[in-house]
Design a protein around this ligand. Structure first.
Ligand SMILES: N[C@@H](CCC(=O)N[C@@H](CS)C(=O)NCC(=O)O)C(=O)O
Length: 217
């Protein structure tokens, strides 16, 4: 049965689900919703996801929302991929980084994305709020130091193998230049993101999302 992914392709949260589905070679189809046009605020979509947020996954009668859970569901389709380890400590290690992403990394990156890109470029809503960016910098550097340290000792976020955590933590960095996310002091994050970006599925998804496909600077 085809997996339907409801997504707004420019969103990093959409990207991560699409990229993992591509990486796993799953049979999936995009149900594009234009967020600026409010296409997610319909009764039909609210019946699938009462939060009226993307990504949302549907396979037959089964519906799942929250990007981290969607990644686990997709990885479960191909357990042999190792993208979500099946042993308990391995799985919890990956899950730990997914929670870290949801609680720390995502919100720090989201401030840069919104203030430096979405607000001025997409919604033409005026200049960035400097107080928000100051708070973003505080959150970002605190989290980036942890991630850079982890990547100094490991090829990927959860160890020496690619996992679902790399997909979610890497996705906002597609906007690193456009959103002026300050990566200068984090060589390991830059090295790791370049490796993710070189994955064929990452490149394919960038193209599907209408994002530049050039190698990371
Ligand atoms: N915690 C959720 C966040 C989902 C989310 O906020 N998605 C945004 C796009 S990145 C959205 O749908 N926003 C629509 C809105 O806020 O109305 C997840 O990881 O799936």
């Amino acid at each position: 049965m085809t997996i339907e992914i409801y997504a707004f392709p420019p969103s990093p949260r959409a990207f991560l689900a699409m990229a993992l589905a591509n990486h796993l070679g799953l049979d999936w189809t995009l149900r594009a919703l234009d967020l600026p046009k409010g296409e997610h605020k319909t009764a039909e979509f609210a019946a699938l996801n009462p939060n009226m947020r993307i990504p949302t996954l549907k396979e037959g009668d089964y519906v799942l929302w929250e990007s981290g859970a969607i990644l686990q569901y997709l990885a479960g389709k191909k357990p042999q991929s190792g993208l979500l380890p099946t042993d308990e400590t391995g799985r919890l290690n990956v899950t730990r980084w997914q929670f870290w992403d949801a609680c720390h990394w995502d919100q720090a990156c989201a401030i840069y994305l919104f203030e430096n890109f979405v607000k001025p470029v997409i919604v033409k809503g005026g200049e960035p709020d400097q107080a928000a960016l100051t708070r973003g910098a505080e959150l970002f550097h605190r989290a980036a130091k942890v991630l850079d340290g982890q990547l100094k000792r490991n090829k990927f976020v959860a160890g020496d193998r690619l996992t679902v955590a790399d997909f979610s933590i890497g996705a906002p960095l597609n906007y690193a230049q456009a959103a002026r996310i300050p990566l200068e002091d984090y060589p390991e994050i830059t090295r790791w993101y370049a490796a993710l970006r070189a994955l064929p599925a990452w490149q394919k998804t960038l193209a599907q999302c209408g994002l530049p496909t050039a190698a990371a600077a």
